[in-house]
Ligand binder design. Structure first.
Ligand SMILES: *Cc1c(COP(=O)(O)O)cnc(C)c1O
Length: 366
């Protein structure tokens, strides 16, 4: 029995009629960009997150980029983030001419280590990007307290964390703004690229709506240099169908994670460390082991999909070599990158499949 890391086809089949109708609805309307589906989805997402504004854009990377532009981040500024994340969290800082500054991670949650955060703040720091890695939230209220002391902006990279919460507050709703990615493999995935920024700041939202449309408020009158980055109507219509299921799907992911925790207990593995104040959404179920290569090979032999998140911490990426970091600078992140691997953990995964995965793991570790 082969088990993929993620089974998007299985998910499509559970909602096929609704998806097919939504796509047909867009084709019949022949409105494809900046239309009613996008606007309706913006309203639905703002309500879900409990914030005033949502601005739909082309992808999660552009969501970060535009939000940072909205914070006026540019050359000479520093932005603090984590080295244990997808490249885009820091790429967007550098793309605006600012300097990413990396703070090491907490060895339990693998999120930004807030005890070290304040020591990275300098007079040039402009913003902080906490990333809710694998769908588990950072304590953003604490980040906001630190940010307030230094007059900094906070942007929650919630690409992996839609629906997660911390002390009852939703991901992306606590910082000055928060971003989502709807890349197909995310918990709420489009059938192409899509992203969103949410915020309570109406002036920021208005600025972001201009930035996504060539810096323009009235067509053909451009007030500043912007971007071409909108969520298209097909993606918005598809996402609105899938959005109705997100809480149920996230709950199913939590259930699968709990089953792994029980089945894998007692083995020489580091299971995902959960902050009891939060409710994660397990975008990925990532364990850590010194036997990663053996485990991945054995699982692969049985047709079971796994993946490494992340093989290289961002401070040691070639693209950031000019920042001057060396091996050993951020030891917790470096160690996590040498040990972390993700197991299949998606809503349609069956108990039988989980038992099979665990039996292969047990054979290797016994
Ligand atoms: C996926 C992801 C992004 C980028 O989103 P795209 O839609 O692929 O551009 C940014 N940050 C994190 C943490 C991600 O996982």
């Amino acid at each position: 029995m082969s088990i993929p890391l993620l089974d998007l086809k299985a998910q499509y089949l559970t909602i096929k009629d609704d998806i097919d109708q939504a796509i047909q609805r867009v084709l019949d309307s022949s409105k494809f960009v900046l239309g009613p589906e996008m606007r309706a989805f913006e309203e639905e997402m703002a309500a879900y997150c409990g914030v005033k504004e949502a601005v739909a854009v082309g992808n999660g990377t552009d969501a970060l980029l535009l939000a940072l532009r909205g914070f006026d981040v540019g050359p000479g500024d520093e932005v603090i983030t984590t080295p244990f994340t997808f490249f885009a969290s820091a790429e967007t800082i550098a793309a605006l001419g600012a300097t990413p500054v990396f703070v090491d991670i907490d060895p339990v949650t693998l999120n930004m280590d807030l005890d070290q955060l304040e020591s990275k703040i300098t007079p040039r720091t402009k913003a902080i990007i906490p990333v809710h890695i694998f769908g588990q939230m950072v304590d953003v209220e604490r980040v906001m307290e630190i940010a307030a002391r230094h007059d900094l902006k906070v942007l929650e990279d919630s690409a992996q964390a839609i629906g997660a919460n911390y002390r009852g507050r939703k991901a992306a709703s606590i910082g000055h703004a928060g971003t989502f990615s709807f890349f197909p493999t995310k918990n709420l995935g489009a059938y192409g690229d899509a992203g969103m920024i949410v915020t309570d700041d109406e002036a920021l939202a208005a600025h972001l709506r201009m930035l996504r449309f060539h810096g323009c408020q009235t067509k053909y009158y451009h007030d500043e240099i912007g971007y071409n980055s909108r969520m298209d109507e097909l993606q918005a219509a598809i996402l609105r169908v899938k959005f109705k299921h997100i809480d149920e799907w996230n709950a199913a992911r939590r259930e699968k994670a709990q089953i792994y925790n029980e089945l894998l207990a007692g083995l020489p593995l580091t299971l995902p460390g959960i902050d009891p104040e939060g409710t994660p959404v397990f975008h990925l179920y990532v364990l850590r082991t010194e036997k990663r290569e053996e485990l991945m090979a054995a699982l692969k032999e049985q047709g079971i999909g796994t993946a490494i998140y992340y093989p290289v911490p961002l401070h040691l990426q070639r693209a950031f070599r000019d920042l001057g970091y060396n091996e050993g600078d951020l030891p917790v992140a470096e160690k996590a990158c040498s040990q972390a691997m993700a197991l299949p953990c998606f809503p349609e995964l069956t108990l039988e499949q989980q038992k099979e995965i665990v039996s292969v793991i047990k054979k290797v570790l016994k």
